[in-house]
Structure formats: structure tokens, C-alpha cells
Ligand binder design. Structure first.
Ligand SMILES: C=CC1=C(C)c2cc3[nH]c(cc4nc(cc5[nH]c(cc1n2)c(C)c5CCC(=O)O)C(CCC(=O)O)=C4C)c(C)c3C=C
Ligand SMILES: [Fe+2]
Ligand SMILES: [Fe+2]
Length: 393
């Protein structure tokens, strides 16, 4: 009798206003977020989380004092369990949650998985695009904790799925609906808005930005809307470093200047939380109104959309029996080998490989970007994310 455990990773979120500060401390004490040595990082995390806590509390107060991320991830787990059982992928299937910064956290998840006595474990980050600061941090923590707590079952990792067919189909449907809503107010511009990242991370080889661009291009292709006006931009800048851009708020301002409706698509999140419900819906919604954007439509995240869940089930099914050519996905390494196949073989037993289809998509994006730069295309209107002088802004 075969037993399959699937572990869903995400950031987690405060479940009460009192948990906002410890949640922030856990976030800033993560070496994948602040790369200082442990004692220095601990002090910095204490300081930054104390300074940020009142701002973050005010954010969570606007959505009932807690994040809906975990309940929505639970709904995804239920739907994925049903999809995997329907496929008969194993005799018994368990889908578990491991959140990075708030409960249910990795240690509890490892113990639950161990008690399930799986033959095979599949690690599945709920981040379609890989970043060392998100999936990398979660997977590294899992591997270390599993080793410490004696979870020895065969483990396979899915690093990322920026162009997975089910994910893209779900996003394309939701985006098309958003564009239809906005059309009454002019020719819509689609703003694919992803969580930002410090520029230095990308320079060191983090594949996140190129994978975000791959997702956007795949959604646009799947939408099949002729002459769609679209741009990729980045939200949620915190801290003193320079971040990747253009910023989502600059793009909203540009939509106001151009008098075009804005359709905002959060393409790096698969559930709702403070970044979508407060930053996109409330803060950017108000900005759009103030800047005279004729219509502001925010496209929902995929959550437990059937096509998305089916796509995840496809990834898991393939990960259970990796084919030759499926790369190992833990180590991002230098920029050269930065993209990986969609399904990994045993954790950490190989370097990443770049699958041909991903490589050619990345080349297409690079060619498109340099063509746009040559033409002085609309990117000149979006400025590179600038540091804004402090973690508490
Ligand atoms: C693709 C997803 C995410 C990336 C990349 C990411 C990087 C990143 N985030 C911070 C700092 C904060 N993030 C916060 C909230 C938050 N971040 C993500 C996702 C990514 N972060 C999500 C889903 C959430 C919402 C959590 C919830 O509400 O459940 C916060 C806390 C909120 C706030 O104070 O604004 C901080 C702080 C950094 C520094 C970073 C990359 C280095
Ligand atoms: Fe974040
Ligand atoms: Fe934010």
C-alpha cells in the first residue's frame, strides 16, 4: 500500500493582531531575507519588527485583524487531496501545510508528515516563481528540519511552475474577465503586479524576475486578446535597498496620465492576503482614483480554481516518478543555471538544469526586453524601484 504526502509551502500570515509582531520577527530573522550572521540578524529582526509592527497592525486591522492566507491554503489542500485521490496516484494521500513565518510552521508539519508514515514526500511551494527568499527559504528549512527530526522518506521537490498549463489557464480566464469589465471605460492596460525583490538578489542569480516575466508572457499568449496593452510591475517594497521595478504605483500613475483603465493582476500570489486585499485593493485603488484612472479592476488570485488545482495535481503526479531530464531544484547557483525544470528529482542530489522549453522562453524574454530597450519602449515611463530610506516605510 503506497502512501503519498504532499507538503504545501507558503509564507503564512498573522492569525490575530497580537501575532503581527512575532510574525514580522520570524520574517526578518530569516537569513534568506536578511543575510547577516545570526546574532546580528536577531538584533536587526527585533529592531525592524518592532518598528514595522504598528504599520503592519494597521494593515491587518483593515482585513479583520488576520490574514486569510492559511484558510485559503487549507481549501487548496482539500481540493488537491480530492484531485490526487481521483487520479489514484497512491493508495493514501495526505496534503500538509508548512508555513514559513506563522503557524502551522515547518516543525509541526514535519512531525505530522512523519506520523503519516509516507513512502514518498512531494514538496510543493505555493509560489509559481522560484525565489531564494520564498521557496528557497521554505525548502531549505524543510530539508534541515526533516533531517533533524528523522523524516527519511524519499522526497522530491517541485521548485516552480511559472508557465504550468493549469495555472496559466486559470490566470488567463480571470484576467480576460477583468479586461472585459474594464473595456466599457476605454482600452484597458493590464498591470501584472508581482511582489518585488531587492535588485541585488536578481544580480546574484535569483530567477524570480525572469520567471515572473515568463508567467506574464504565458498568460498574455493564453488570453488570445489581440493588441493587448500590458506591463509587468512590482509592489510591496520594504527596506533601504534598491528593489526591482517598475513599481506598481508608478504604473498606476502612468495609467492615470494616459487615461486608460487599469486591470491589476497579482501573478506571483495564489491566495488572498494583506498584499492583495490592502495594498492592491485599498491603497492602489485609492491611488488610481486620485490619479484619474478611468477604471480600476483587480483580478482575484487563483485560490482553489479547478484548472489551477488540476495543474498542481499534474505536477505532483509527475514528481512522484520523475523522468530523466527533470532537474534538481534546490540550489539556484550562479545566474547561468538559474532556471529549472518543473519537477525535481531527489532533493539536493544534483545541480539545477535548465530544460530546453524554459531556456527558449527565457531567451525570447531577453530578446523582447532588449528590443524594447532599443525602441525606448514604454518601460522608460516606469522607473526602477528605488530604496525609500528605511525598513519602516
Ligand atoms: C512572491 C511572493 C513574495 C516575495 C518574493 C516576498 C519577498 C519579500 N517580502 C518581504 C517583506 C514582507 N512581506 C510581507 C508580507 C507578505 N509577503 C508575501 C509574499 C512574498 N514576499 C506575502 C504573501 C505576504 C502577505 C502575508 C499575509 O498577509 O498573509 C510583510 C508583512 C506585511 C507588511 O508589513 O507589509 C513584509 C514585511 C521582503 C523583505 C522580501 C524580500 C526580500
Ligand atoms: Fe513579502
Ligand atoms: Fe506590502
Amino acid at each position: 500500500m503506497s502512501r503519498l504526502a504532499v507538503v504545501l509551502f507558503n509564507l503564512g500570515g498573522p492569525d490575530s493582531l497580537d501575532s503581527v509582531k512575532p510574525f514580522l520577527f520570524n520574517l526578518f530573522n530569516d537569513p534568506a531575507i536578511i543575510g547577516a550572521p545570526a546574532p546580528v540578524r536577531w538584533v536587526l529582526a527585533k529592531l525592524i519588527s518592532s518598528r514595522r509592527a504598528p504599520i503592519a497592525r494597521a494593515i491587518y486591522e483593515q482585513i479583520g485583524g488576520k490574514s486569510p492566507l492559511v484558510p485559503q491554503t487549507e481549501a487548496q489542500a482539500t481540493a488537491l487531496t480530492a484531485a490526487l485521490e481521483a487520479r489514484g496516484v497512491a493508495d493514501a494521500v495526505g496534503v500538509f501545510l508548512a508555513m514559513r513565518y506563522w503557524h502551522p510552521m515547518t516543525r509541526a508539519a514535519v512531525d505530522r508528515v512523519k506520523a503519516f508514515k509516507p513512502d514518498t514526500v512531494i514538496l510543493l511551494p505555493l509560489y509559481p516563481q522560484y525565489s531564494g527568499s520564498t521557496s528557497g527559504s521554505s525548502l531549505t528549512t524543510w530539508v534541515r528540519t526533516a533531517e533533524k527530526r528523522g523524516l527519511t522518506a524519499e522526497t522530491h521537490t517541485i521548485c516552480c511552475y511559472p508557465t504550468q498549463a493549469g495555472f496559466v489557464a486559470a490566470m488567463a480566464r480571470l484576467t480576460r474577465e477583468g479586461v472585459e469589465k474594464a473595456r466599457a471605460h476605454g482600452r484597458p492596460r493590464v498591470l501584472f503586479s508581482a511582489h518585488g525583490l531587492p535588485k541585488i538578489s536578481i544580480e546574484k542569480g535569483d530567477p524570480y524576475q525572469s520567471q515572473v516575466e515568463m508567467t506574464a508572457a504565458a498568460i498574455v499568449a493564453a488570453m488570445g486578446v489581440p493588441d493587448l496593452d500590458w506591463v509587468v510591475c512590482y509592489q510591496s517594497r520594504v527596506g533601504p535597498l534598491e528593489w526591482i521595478g517598475p513599481d506598481t504605483d508608478s504604473e498606476i500613475e502612468r495609467a492615470g496620465h494616459d487615461k486608460v483603465p487599469a486591470v491589476v493582476v497579482p501573478l506571483a500570489f495564489v491566495s488572498e492576503h494583506s498584499e492583495t486585499l490592502v495594498e492592491l485593493d485599498i491603497e492602489y485603488g485609492e491611488l488610481a482614483e486620485a490619479r484619474g484612472v478611468p477604471a480600476y479592476v483587480r483580478v482575484p488570485t487563483v485560490q482553489a480554481d479547478a484548472a489551477f488545482i488540476d495543474g498542481l495535481a499534474d505536477l505532483v503526479t509527475r514528481a512522484v516518478r520523475p523522468e530523466s531530464g527533470d532537474g534538481c531544484l534546490i540550489e539556484a547557483g550562479p545566474a547561468k543555471g538559474r532556471l529549472c525544470s518543473q519537477v525535481g528529482s531527489r532533493v539536493c542530489d544534483a545541480k539545477w538544469t535548465m530544460c530546453p522549453h524554459v531556456q527558449s522562453e527565457e531567451t525570447d524574454i531577453r530578446n523582447r526586453d532588449s528590443k524594447r530597450a532599443d525602441e525606448g519602449a514604454h518601460r522608460e515611463n516606469g522607473k526602477t524601484g528605488k530604496g525609500n530610506g528605511g525598513w519602516n516605510t
